[in-house]
Write a protein that binds this ligand. Structure first.
Ligand SMILES: [Zn+2]
Length: 253
């Protein structure tokens, strides 16, 4: 696991303030996922670890449209999958996937998964993404492939194997399913998802048009260190946060 300075992350006087902050970022991430069309029926979830009890995480309630989610709609789930705060039904797949990711990766504060169009189209190819663009280098050597599909993820063993496929990476492609991203903040996990979806779209477009030229390994690795760091992912979310809070302030309710 990469050792990196975390001093860019905000600090808080109380755990309540920190929880409120994480929940606001989470609600904003859902609004953005809704705005970008990443929803597909009841599929998709973004989670944020609770700052007080690391075994608990906050997640969207099953059946609530991403475009309508407010801070007060988020539910808190414990390590057994029980909803411990606020009302709402839990998506079992959210618990099985995210529960294992949060357990396997104590460094991960947030994880995002959705059935976005280009992510799921790319996932059906069963391949890792290539370094075709500067932006795609964020994932160079830093995403895994869960090369298996057996149905909706309800089996705890499958959640465990997805976490293993993720490994120490920031993201994973779940074959025939979609994308999974993580972050040291909600901001980071949400940003990686948004840019990974577009990276899948860019590679699909490029391969449909011809034979794209790959960035050489040495330059891809250097670019990865520039655009793929935790701090880069965290701050890349800021313009989107500023926009969505200004446009849809009710998300903070
Ligand atoms: Zn899914």
């Amino acid at each position: 696991m990469a050792l990196e300075d975390t001093s860019y992350l905000p600090t808080f006087a109380t755990v309540e303030e920190e929880r409120r902050h994480r929940k606001e970022r989470l609600a904003a991430a859902f609004r953005l996922f809704g705005k970008f069309g990443f929803d597909e029926g009841v599929a998709g979830h973004i989670t944020a670890r609770d700052p007080e009890d690391p075994e608990r995480f906050w997640v969207n309630p099953l059946g609530k449209n991403f475009k309508h989610i407010r801070v007060s709609d988020l539910i808190c789930v414990d390590s057994k999958g029980d909803v411990v705060e606020d009302q709402g039904m839990l998506n079992v797949a959210a618990f099985v996937i995210h529960g294992h990711v949060h357990a396997a990766r104590p460094d991960v504060q947030a994880a995002a998964h959705a059935h976005s169009l280009h992510g799921k189209a790319w996932s059906s190819l069963g391949r890792l993404l290539d370094p075709l663009t500067q932006d795609s280098c964020a994932f160079y050597g830093d995403h895994g492939l869960f090369d298996d599909y057996t149905g909706i993820v309800v089996d705890p063993q499958e959640g465990k194997r997805i976490a293993e496929a993720l490994g120490d990476h920031k993201a994973a492609i779940l074959r025939n399913h979609g994308l999974l991203t993580t972050g040291w903040s909600v901001d980071e996990a949400a940003w990686w998802f948004i840019t990974m979806e577009r990276t899948c779209q860019a590679q699909l477009l490029a391969e449909a048009a011809g034979e794209p030229v790959k960035i050489e390994a040495e330059h891809a690795a250097l670019t990865a260190s520039q655009v793929g760091s935790h701090v880069a992912g965290h701050f890349s979310f800021k313009p989107l946060w500023d926009m969505i809070v200004q446009e849809q302030p009710d998300l903070l309710e």
